[in-house]
Design a protein. Structure first.
Length: 131
């Protein structure tokens, strides 16, 4: 019987896959999506929905219309070509910092829904800057 070559798929290879199934699957999906879209400039990354909900980002932000806070499009536009902006934004998401858009600063993670790890802050900032 002829063997049909299996297409190279985005399969999770993490050995701790079973313990961290949902997280690993999520990261795998995000990585696959990023890989698929690398050819298109500014392709938007997959929304990390679980994190966004847990931290209530959409309570104040929308993707494209300024609301209680600048839209994620505005933020991406402002920082897209600034080197190291992601580092500053990750730190700000986790520890706060001075307001860059107006008088209202962003609440700290504890007031948004719980502590935010460095890894999760990075995921969120990359997603915001891809919009
Ligand atoms: C209670 C409202 C509120 C929530 C919830 C909120 N934000 Fe914000 N966000 C703001 C405001 C207000 C600003 C503008 C602050 C400033 O002037 O720097 C802002 C600014 C930002 C900026 C730009 C910061 C800068 O220095 O330019 C980023 C990135 C951002 N928010 C991402 C997020 C993400 C991701 C989440 C969810 C984890 C989130 N925000 C949740 C209100 C909020």
């Amino acid at each position: 019987m002829p063997r049909v070559p299996t297409p190279v798929a985005c399969v999770p290879v993490n050995p701790s896959f079973h313990r961290r199934a949902s997280k690993t699957l999520f990261h795998t999906a995000a990585v696959c999506a990023a890989a698929l879209y690398t050819v298109a400039a500014h392709a938007q990354l997959v929304e990390p929905t679980e994190l966004v909900d847990q931290q209530h980002c959409m309570f104040c932000h929308t993707s494209d219309a300024p609301f209680l806070a600048p839209s994620f499009h505005q933020i991406a536009e402002r920082y897209r070509d600034k080197p190291n902006a992601n580092v500053m934004l990750e730190d700000k998401l986790r520890h706060g910092g001075k307001a860059h858009w107006g008088d209202m600063a962003m609440p700290l993670p504890a007031d948004r829904g719980g502590p935010l790890s460095a890894e999760d802050a990075r995921t969120l900032v990359q997603w915001v800057l891809s919009q």
